[in-house]
Design a protein around this ligand. Structure first.
Ligand code: SAM
Length: 215
């Protein structure tokens, strides 16, 4: 297990940390509705699950009641809402207030890992992917939905334009990561990715991918 003390400090700004938690609580109904079909396609049907950057818990409703979920969520301002959502959906929740770069779970200890809109935000996506690979059992699946850099065109222009304020407001979120390439490079036995458009007023996150990587 990597040593978390060697990583950059992950103490969220108290104002932005709270604002982000409240913002996602307000917008999740809308965004989750738009992503529901993709979530149903890729998410696991149970077992022991780890979720990276679980936020307020919008993904828990897609798992069967009784599922054990290890939520890797370094921002403490999400924890209370996350616990409430887990209770509402009968999820057996354990919160780990550690970054995805240094997960405090044993090797090959989970059946599946879930992550939505998180590899955009983590400090070191390649290290988080190494950790996901490490904690998955052989044959275990990493299910992900991520907004990614548009290859070109107007959306790419908007992503470039808002990059800095967006990163500041959403605590490190990058509008321009090539996450598909990062997952392909992470040593999984197989990777399946579907590209899709997230049609909403949130133009910087219009270009998305959903996929499954099998260890
Ligand atoms: C854009 S939010 C997405 C939350 C949730 N997954 C969703 O789909 O609504 C990004 C989440 O990643 C978390 N996060 C930020 N840096 C992280 C890191 N290094 N490791 C794990 N999670 C991180 C944030 O605290 C936040 O909960």
């Amino acid at each position: 297990m990597p040593d978390a003390s060697t990583l950059p400090a992950l103490s969220p700004n108290p104002v932005r940390g709270r604002l982000n938690s409240a913002f996602f609580a307000l917008t999740t109904g809308y965004t989750d509705h738009r992503l529901a079909g993709h979530k149903r396609k890729v998410f696991p049907r149970g077992g022991v699950v780890a979720e990276i950057g679980a936020g307020n818990g919008p993904n828990l409703r897609y798992l069967p009641p009784g599922t054990t979920v290890h939520a890797i969520e370094p921002n403490p301002y999400f924890h209370r809402r996350l616990e409430r959502t887990a209770a509402d959906h009968g999820i057996d929740l354990a919160i780990h207030a550690v970054p995805g770069e240094a997960i405090d779970l044993e090797d090959a200890s989970v059946d599946a890992v879930v992550g939505t809109w998180v590899l955009c935000t983590v400090h070191d996506p390649a290290q988080v992917l190494r950790e996901i690979h490490r904690i998955l059992r052989p044959g275990g699946r990493f299910a992900f939905i991520e907004h990614v850099a548009a290859p070109h065109g107007a959306v790419r222009g908007v992503q470039r334009l808002v990059r800095r304020p967006w990163r500041w407001a959403f605590e490190g979120c990058h509008t321009d990561r090539d996450t598909a390439a990062a997952v392909h490079a992470a040593g999984f036995a197989s990777v399946e990715i579907t590209e899709f458009r997230f049609r909403s007023s949130f133009i910087p996150v219009r270009t998305q991918i959903a996929g499954i990587a099998v260890r």
